[in-house]
Design a protein around this ligand. Structure first.
Ligand code: HAX
Length: 470
């Protein structure tokens, strides 16, 4: 009897699956509309075309010089050195983030799953392709029980970023890429299990991140993933914060859209790229990238920004005046600290992501004093940094290259408004989003057969001997 049901059950399951698929198609099919392919199908069609393009680019221009390196750049974090390729997005110093040719503020209405599809394929998905990705997440969203065991076993005062990264790393044993690699696969196939790993990870990240929040801050039981609810709203829901109007879910979609990618050279993307280039799987690569995002000059800046805003409000007993802000900003600078949320390694204008958050704040929480302080800071800090930069130059120091706000300057105030007041957690939100960019870059690099990263380093002695001759 048991043997018979073992044989029959899979057949019943296949018939049921077909019925569900037929039902799903009849819900979405429309003879007038040609549906876009699912993410997997779209990539399978595009990758051979991109490979041909790459081969022709290399053949035509392979020995052309596109960048040089000065001694200052070699010591200065390789700023401006063009030494890697990233097709998901570019950051123009005077425009900010452009995803697949689309300036960010033009696509701010897209939901995160649409952004991921766009990052990977270069196209926006239609309703069918989007629904198919959402159903894919629904199937993969269950977080393995051992992840919770590990998180519960961590010290109670662990940083939420450390918990989040650990959860990703501990799931490495699930890697389909590693299984396929161990069994043997061709280089041309590398992207397929990498996409599998990426979807498995992305589906689980909101649940893990929300779990980190609830465990770390004693918020009670974990809230499960809701099938049929989109990625951003699911994350908002699993955090468990009250959202009677649904505007927190809207903020989460916007937040996850805005932080998704920032070309290839930033610390997290670059680290993920380097680790992935050794064919370490997506779990290793993303976890490594996020360890970089945890640094105060990168993703951790958003927790520091809100601290600085609240400190200012506490010092002056509410929304500070322009004069008070100036005074506190100079006090911060003269004590050797940076003004968090201002400046950028690449951007030379106000970050459009900051502008988008400011617009959201004006629409949804204009009377919130923390948000009002963020707006007031924007009116004062660029001038203060400009003055301070001139002082620095007179003292023989480097100027501050960009005095305008970056993405982190405003986002914290919005989260704070909705009751997400634990600001060490903010980088985890950033991480959930940035995983989309890191993973799409990883998949494309696997598809294009990108080489292992190995720039040449030189010693100071070498510079002293060779720079005079250069
Ligand atoms: N406040 C005070 N000084 C600043 C400054 C700021 N906001 N921004 C830059 N400077 C200083 C730098 O510390 C540097 O000083 P030293 O030469 O004494 O070291 C000098 O100006 C030149 O730096 P730069 O060329 O303008 O900027 P960098 O490319 O070196 O650094 C940073 C870019 C983002 C790290 C920098 O602007 C900074 O520390 N900003 C504050 C922290 C922050 O907001 N980080 C988040 C960035 C966005 C991001 O990546 N998020 O993930």
């Amino acid at each position: 009897m048991a043997e018979m049901s073992c044989r029959i059950l899979p057949i019943v399951w296949i018939i049921l699956r077909r019925m569900i698929d037929t039902l799903f198609q009849s819900r979405h099919d429309d003879s007038e509309v040609i549906h876009m392919a699912t993410l997997q199908e779209a990539l399978a069609k595009k990758i051979p075309v991109w490979r041909e393009e790459l081969a022709s680019v290399k053949k035509q221009y392979g020995d052309k010089v596109i960048s040089g390196v000065t001694v200052n750049q070699a010591y200065g974090g390789m700023r401006g050195v063009k030494g890697m390729i990233c097709d998901t997005s570019v950051v123009e110093p005077d425009k900010g983030l452009i995803i697949r040719g689309r300036p960010l503020l033009e696509i701010k209405h897209l939901w995160p799953e649409e952004i991921f599809y766009l990052l990977l394929t270069g196209d926006e998905p239609d309703a069918h392709a989007k629904a198919s990705l959402q159903q894919d997440y629904d199937k993969r969203a269950q977080v393995p029980e051992y992840v919770w065991d590990v998180l519960h076993a961590m010290p109670a005062d662990s940083h939420p970023m450390c918990m989040f990264d650990t959860a990703i790393l501990v799931m490495e044993k699930e890697s389909v890429f590693r299984q396929w690699y161990d069994k043997g696969m061709t280089k041309g196939e590398y992207w397929i299990p990498t996409l599998e790993d990426s979807l498995a990870l992305l589906a689980k990240l909101p649940g893990i991140a929300a779990g980190v929040y609830r465990i770390r801050y004693n918020k009670g039981d974990l809230i499960p993933w809701t099938p049929g609810l989109d990625w951003g709203a699911n994350y908002a829901n699993m955090l468990g914060l009250p959202d009677p109007t649904g505007s927190f879910a809207k903020l989460m979609r916007l937040y996850l859209n805005f932080h998704s990618d920032h070309e290839g050279g930033n610390v997290s993307a670059n680290t993920c790229h380097t680790v992935g280039s050794a064919l370490s799987d997506a779990y290793y690569a993303v976890s490594a990238g996020l360890n970089g995002l945890a640094g105060p000059l990168h993703g951790l800046a958003n927790q520091e920004c809100l601290s600085w805003i609240l400190e200012t409000m506490e010092k002056f007993g509410g929304v500070p005046s322009e004069a008070q802000l100036r005074e506190f900003a100079f006090e911060t600078l003269r004590s050797g600290k940076v003004i968090p949320g201002y400046g950028h390694a690449v951007l030379r204008v106000t970050d459009p992501r900051y502008a988008g958050f400011l617009e959201f704040g004006k629409e949804h929480l204009a009377s919130d004093p923390v948000f009002q302080t963020v707006s007031a800071v924007f009116d004062v800090i660029p001038k203060v940094l400009q003055e301070y930069s001139e002082e620095r130059v007179k003292a023989g120091k480097a100027p501050i290259a960009n005095c305008w706000p970056n993405v982190d300057a405003g986002s914290g105030a919005l989260l704070y408004h909705y009751g997400l007041t634990e600001f060490p957690y903010y980088t985890v939100l950033f991480s959930v989003s940035r995983a989309m960019g890191m993973l799409s870059q990883l998949i494309l690099n696997r598809a294009m057969g990108t080489a292992i990263t190995r720039p040449k380093s030189v010693s100071t002695e070498w510079v002293k001997a060779n720079a005079p001759k250069a």
